[in-house]
Structure formats: C-alpha cells, structure tokens
Design a protein around this ligand. Structure first.
Ligand code: GDP
Ligand code: MG
Length: 247
C-alpha cells in the first residue's frame, strides 16, 4: 500500500449505463498508481448494474470491487460503507452518474499533499459552472448560503460529490444519514482544514436523477440543526503527553 495511494469510492444506485465510461475515466486519471482501488457501493440497484459490476471485478481484479447493500440505505451510507472497505490511506469520492470528472482528482490530491498535517484536510470540489436544471442550481445556492451562515462553514459547494480526504479522518467523524453534505462542517469541527478547488461539472447523459427539491430540502433543514448541535458539543483534545504503556 503506497503512502499516497487512493481508493476511489463511488456510491451508485441504478446507474448501469454510466459505470463503464466512468471506470475507464478513473483508470485514465489514476491508473498509474499500482495500488489504485475502485470501490462501487451498489445500494440495491435493480437494473443491469450487478452484472456489470461482476464483469468488472473479474476484468480488473484486484483493482475493482463492488460492495452491495442488502437494502437501500442512501448515498451517505454508500460513501461510509465504501470508505470502511477501502485499503488505501486516501479516499476520493465521485458521483456515479458521470457528472463529476475523474481528471480533477490528481489536482485535488496535489492540493491535499501540500498540507502540513494532511490527516486534517479535506479537499472539496467546487462546481463553478453547474450543469443542472435551474431549480437545482437555485436551491443549491440557497442551501449553501443558509448552511454557511448557520454553521460558519464558508465552503462554497458542500454538496459536490467530488471530494478527497484521509480515510482515518473520515472514520473519526460522527456518522449519520445524509452526512455527505456536511463533510466540510464536520471536518472543521474536528479541528481540520477544508480547501475548495474548482472542478468540472458535466450534464447527466444517461439515467435519471435520484434527488428532487423535496427529498433534499426537508432533510437538509433537520440536518442543519443536528450539525449545529454537534458543533456546540465539539471538543478537540490536544494530548500533552502519554506516559507509560510501551515496553
Ligand atoms: N448509494 C446510493 N447512491 C445514490 C442514491 N441516490 C443517489 N445516489 C448517487 O448519488 C449521486 C448523485 O445523485 P444524482 O441522482 O445524480 O443527483 P443530482 O446530481 O443532484 O441530480 C449519483 O452517483 C447517484 O447514483 C441512493 O439512494 N443510494
Ligand atoms: Mg447527478
């Protein structure tokens, strides 16, 4: 396992036509790393996805694996499952629909490794030109502003699926459904630093969006209060010394 090796985690639900093109792009961007690992988390897809995952697992072994949930758990839980199954110290997450561009990941990794304490850093994608419907663009803009004011987190685009972070850091964060939209606030709460970098965004070509106005807005409001509470209760201990214990 390389010190800078990456596991790419892709939560997916019914994205059959998007799988192979995206996997090819991930290999083109990161394939020179011998330890590269691609992990799809299949959230109980009922299209052709399982057969494609099985083929890829054979063709790309041992670089590709698919972890399938027995029943549908949502996108955040998909990311969480993927990170727990990852071998490498660094994680890159991507949407499975091809809207994020894997070619941005190497640039984000460079940014990450510039840090003095890389274990405390999250590099978040920032879709400056979003290729989505106007309703999605407007609601996302409002959500980001409200979130920024309420949580004192100035990350411009917390919902971007493209993020790069340390596996260890992620696994110390409090886990809850829908946490993926609050990763920057959770990392800052843990004493970490968040950097945003502009990334490409592409229109969805195949398949259908899983999110609409309602299933994003209402849970988002509940989560805002939950994360604000977590922030109030945050404590980041600085260990002065450890005495004893070693032989
Ligand atoms: N595992 C899992 N992934 C999901 C679920 N809903 C959406 N996704 C994935 O999350 C990503 C973003 O979803 P998408 O429908 O494209 O949202 P949009 O880009 O905001 O329209 C895609 O990779 C989806 O496959 C879900 O319930 N479970
Ligand atoms: Mg999408």
């Amino acid at each position: 396992m390389g010190e800078r090796s990456v596991s790419v985690v892709v939560p997916a639900l019914n994205e059959a036509d998007n799988i192979r093109p995206l996997v090819n792009e991930i290999l083109a961007a990161l394939g020179q790393d011998p330890d590269l690992e691609i992990i799809y988390v299949d959230d109980g897809s009922d299209d052709a996805s399982p057969a494609i995952f099985a083929e890829l697992a054979r063709e790309l072994a041992p670089r590709f694996k698919c972890v399938r949930h027995k029943s549908r758990c949502g996108q955040s839980t998909g990311v969480w499952t993927g990170v727990r199954h990852a071998r490498n110290p660094w994680i890159a997450t991507l949407d499975a629909d091809g809207q994020n561009d894997p070619a941005n990941i190497p640039v984000m990794l460079d940014k990450l490794f510039e840090a003095r304490d890389p274990h405390l850093r999250l590099v978040a994608g920032w879709r400056q030109k979003r290729r989505d419907t106007w309703l999605k663009r407007i609601s996302s803009r409002i959500a980001n502003r409200v979130r920024a004011a309420f949580l004192k987190d100035s990350t411009p685009d917390t919902g971007c699926g493209l993020k790069v972070f340390s596996r260890d850091l992620f696994l110390t964060l409090p886990y809850f459904d829908h946490m993926h939209r609050f990763l920057p606030a959770l990392v800052i709460r843990a004493g970490g630093e968040v950097v945003s970098v502009p990334v490409n965004h592409r229109p969805r070509i195949q398949g259908v969006s899983k999110y609409g106005f309602h299933n994003r807005l209402w849970v988002g409001i509940v989560d805002l209060f939950g994360v604000a509470w977590l922030q109030r209760r945050a404590k980041v201990p600085v260990v002065e010394r450890v005495t004893g214990g070693e032989k």
